[in-house]
Design a protein. Structure first.
Lengths: 329, 288
């Protein structure tokens, strides 16, 4: 562009031009010239990239580094190799007995379950006339906007363990239970309550993306499909709708996974304690918080976060295989 | 689409009614807790503890809000300080995220330069990233930069929002390149193209990003918990959590009822204002 007059300002790096081959110098020169030509692009990108580096990339690297040390927040970290990970797999009883099964159970129901629900509801809403869609969208999306505090206020009252609790009151009135149940303190129920409440909040950005995606499906395809012998709407969804909105399905899947993996605060918001009774609602994020902010074993907490980050990366790849547009066609 | 809808309406009307009834039932079920939230906030004390409990308020009162307005932490930091912090931080952070992510989205969509593929790859991967997982390293970074107990620590981490940049880029992608290239041929600078062409055309995406960011910032508790040691630098969300979790008792119940609504209302208003725009943005949200 207009940068031709600037090119002579750019010099190859001083790192011994005599040693390097002319080809190498030339390449560096062109590269630097190109970088200088695109300086506006980099300038526009700079604010984001700086923050991105400071608060996402560097923290992830620090976490990876700390995970092989025994850092406790005060003393200088000492290298301990993979012993944190070995401890996690062989000696951390709570992790193996409660955290992992709980996280898996929670994630398997809330992740794919919430995702499926979001798709079903988005699809159903899409069948409605345009004029009334917005009301239903609002009704389903509203819970996703309720923050932790409002969630505590509402659901703690609902599942309160005494007779004044709304659920107890209702069930007692219909004679379905004989005495008030401690929904939030009883390890039997806590996980179910957590799953229900999380599903209630799960119609978030992913759900809106699906609604958007449904609008992008070319309606001519449906007519063509009918000619080709598609009999019912289930087939229509499977053969036309989902393949046409794969990109939105992938985006939504990503949102569902993040939402599920970071949902550790829910048990604290419901019960008001960090460590739930009998570890009934103990998820991997609670486990990290426990080691990070109660026991101050930051090395081990970092090892746990690394496992969580790796897990989310694996799931991300998996979603790409499932919905990526590169695989097919 | 409308044609198809009309055809459908003629073909099957009974299933449609069933569908509407079913969705209404689901909608009501989803909304009951929210209706409860609104009513709860206006209940006088005797109704808050009434037996049997009711969802709807009988004699609405502003008392809970009055008490909340006058409340304070240990008599030192008044409620209004938290409110002020939250208002300032949410406003600045939302504005800054819009600016930063539009700039980045524009460049990533319309310019060609080195590292672009790599940066897009990083952004895609970090859509998966939950900041909660790296609270400790973030703490180390923030205290290393000397940002503890400053408004910067409240705002800067939110600028690193891969989701905002991703949505912006996807949205700007569908603005025809011929538009920006024509302007470029006419000698327009990048700054001119950005402010005069890109910004006006991305209004729906800006609305969406502002909803998402505002919600995230307004509801964020972690920043105040981990990065702020001074009580005067903490936000409303933190105060609300502290009220709900730490102080059981009669007074807390009434305060919590009021603050629960305050933590929800701004999000709702933002969404009602921009709902259509949000879905419009989501048309382009796909990961390809």
């Amino acid at each position: 562009m207009e940068s031709a007059q600037h090119t002579e300002l750019v010099k190859p790096p001083a790192a011994g031009p005599k040693k390097t081959s002319p080809l190498y110098t030339r390449r560096v020169k062109t590269f630097m010239r190109e970088v200088w030509r695109d300086r506006m692009s980099y300038l526009f990108l700079a604010p984001f990239m700086l923050c991105f580096a400071c608060f996402i990339i560097i923290p992830v690297f620090i976490a990876a580094l700390l995970s092989v040390t025994n850092f406790n927040g005060i003393e200088f970290p000492r290298f301990v190799g993979f012993s944190q990970f070995i401890y996690m797999l062989t000696q951390d009883v709570v992790f193996m007995k409660y955290t992992l099964p709980n996280t898996l159970k929670f994630a398997i129901i809330v992740g794919p379950g919430g995702y499926l629900l979001a798709f079903v509801f988005a699809w159903l809403i899409h069948q409605l006339p345009k004029s009334i869609r917005d009301y239903f969208t609002l009704a389903l999306y509203a819970p996703a906007m309720v923050g932790g505090v409002a969630l505590s206020v509402v659901w703690a009252a609902t599942f309160s363990g005494d007779q004044v609790g709304y659920l107890n009151n209702l069930l007692l009135r219909f004679g379905m239970i004989e005495s008030p149940q401690l929904w939030l303190q009883d390890p039997k129920y806590l996980m179910i309550v957590m799953i229900i409440v999380t599903l209630w909040t799960s119609m978030g950005v992913g759900f809106l993306a699906m609604l958007g995606g449904l609008q992008t499906v070319n309606t001519e395809l449906y007519e063509a499909g009918r000619i080709d012998g598609i009999k019912n709407s289930l087939q229509e969804v499977y053969y036309i709708t989902i393949p046409s909105m794969k990109p939105q399905m992938l985006f939504s899947a990503v949102m569902a996974i993040v939402g599920t993996l970071k949902a550790g605060a829910i048990s604290t918001q419901l019960t008001g304690v960090t460590i739930t009774p009998n570890y009934a609602g103990h998820l991997i994020t609670n486990h990290i918080d426990d080691y990070a902010f109660i026991r101050y074993e930051w090395g081990y907490a970092s090892a746990l976060s690394v496992v969580l980050l790796l897990l989310s990366y694996v799931l991300w790849r998996f979603c790409f295989v499932l919905f990526g547009s590169k695989g097919e066609q | 689409m409308l044609n198809a809808v009309r055809k459908l309406r003629k073909q099957i009307s009974f299933p449609r009614i069933v569908l509407i009834v079913f969705l209404t039932a689901v909608g009501v079920f989803m909304l009951i807790p929210i209706i409860f939230l609104f009513n709860h906030a206006f209940k006088p004390l005797n109704e808050l503890f009434a037996y049997p409990p009711t969802i709807l308020v009988k004699q609405p009162t502003w008392r809970n809000f009055e008490q909340l307005l006058l409340s304070s932490t240990a008599g030192l930091v008044p409620f209004t300080r938290y409110l002020f912090n939250s208002a300032v931080i949410s406003a600045i952070a939302t504005g800054a995220v819009i600016l930063v992510s539009t700039m980045a989205g524009y460049v990533l969509s319309k310019h060609r330069f080195h590292f672009k593929t790599m940066i897009m790859g990083l952004i895609l991967i970090s859509l998966m990233f939950a900041p909660e997982t790296v609270a400790i390293p973030r703490y180390l970074v923030i205290s290393g930069l000397g940002l503890k107990d400053t408004y910067f620590a409240h705002i800067l981490p939110f600028l690193a929002s891969p989701l905002a940049v991703f949505l912006m880029r996807q949205f700007i992608d569908q603005i025809p390149a011929s538009l920006t290239e024509a302007a470029k041929l006419d000698g327009a600078s990048d700054m001119y193209i950005f402010t005069k062409i890109i910004i006006p055309l991305t209004a729906p995406a800006v609305a969406t990003v502002s909803i998402i960011t505002f919600q995230a910032v307004y509801l964020d508790v972690e920043t105040s918990t981990f990065f702020m040691t001074k009580e005067t630098m903490k936000t409303l969300a933190y105060y609300a959590t502290a009220l709900v979790v730490n102080v059981p008792g009669v007074a807390a119940t009434s305060l919590a009822a009021a603050i629960g609504l305050i933590m929800f209302l701004p999000n709702l208003i933002m969404f009602l204002l921009f709902q259509r725009k949000m879905i419009q943005t989501m048309l382009h949200s796909g990961v390809k």
